[in-house]
Write a protein that binds this ligand. Sequence first.
Ligand SMILES: NC(=O)c1ccc[n+]([C@@H]2O[C@H](COP(=O)([O-])OP(=O)(O)OC[C@H]3O[C@@H](n4cnc5c(N)ncnc54)[C@H](OP(=O)(O)O)[C@@H]3O)[C@@H](O)[C@H]2O)c1
Length: 334
Amino acid sequence: MTEPMKAVVLARFGGTDAFELRDVPVPHVGPRQVRVRVHATALNPLDYQIRRGDYTAHVPLPAIIGHDISGVVEATGTDVTEFRAGDAVYYTPRIFGGPGSYAEQHVADVELVGRKPGNLSHLEAASLTLAGGTVWESLVTRAQLTVGETILVHGGAGGVGTIAIQVAKAMGARVITTAKAGDHEFVRSLGADTAIDYATDYVEAVAEATRGRGVDVVFDTIGGDTLTRSPLTLADAGRVVSIVDIARPQNLIDAWDKNAAYHFVFTRQNRGKLDALTTLVERGLVKPVIGATLPLARMGEAHELLENRRSYAMHGKVAIDVAGDTVDLPPRLP
Ligand SMILES: NC(=O)c1ccc[n+]([C@@H]2O[C@H](COP(=O)([O-])OP(=O)(O)OC[C@H]3O[C@@H](n4cnc5c(N)ncnc54)[C@H](OP(=O)(O)O)[C@@H]3O)[C@@H](O)[C@H]2O)c1
């Protein structure tokens, strides 16, 4: 009989007090699965969207949620040849496909699991899996961004945006990004060539920055009317990739003029994307950005930080130290 493990359980849909730290059974390992000692996880907006009840049909309660893991393999199924006990790995658990990462141990299908980059801490590696995988799928697989092209990355200081800027630069693109004025120095430090204050009109600013030509790719991480307005920033045959659900019908008539293509991405999990990211990370081209760290038992506070990130001087991800008790909080903005 295995000892139980600690997990943060979502007991009901609601506020940041909806979590309970509980002892739960360690899951069984199937033939093509690995059991991982979780060292770190990280938060994504999907986590607070689930917590507050946006996905009730997909998440039966009580639930262990969470979508990023970095840790060490402890046990392998009978048909696993890719990894051994002791290997450091990182991955995103299958979204809406069973228990998530807010726990001391996790069992995953081996196809989802990648070798952790050697030059990252567990906290950094956990901060990369879902955001990085989404960026890879959006920029490489779908938009097929190429050397010398120009991309507009919305939300450059956020979890996804910080990685998108770095991956786009690694691909040889010119990067224009939107962020609040106080974050411009930071997004430039990641490689952005031009920063636009999101409180101003980005359509005008893009026209100025590209001398009227427009960008080849828009990466929409912010939603709202971005699908409608993106063609106004696009060059001919430009592409728009959106990772934000369309909350309302939008008029795409301006896309016609530009021969534009639209891609909608709900990220899928697989090892291939992680291996590609590992290569970029180990060459020093991409480094995850952590804006705050808390231990597993303080999950409610971690959710409050991400959900209200505009009130804090915070860049990149909120990471969770599962194996330790690191506390590193961003200052509140005046
Ligand atoms: N479809 C998928 O597979 C997928 C995968 C990952 C994420 N997502 C979605 O993508 C979105 C972004 O995720 P994330 O992890 O990057 O979130 P995040 O870490 O909370 O970052 C969001 C960033 O966007 C900035 N922002 C907010 N409003 C803006 C605006 N009008 N113009 C420009 N920037 C703005 C924020 O800046 P401030 O801090 O100044 O507000 C923040 O830096 C979320 O809606 C998430 O659910 C979807």
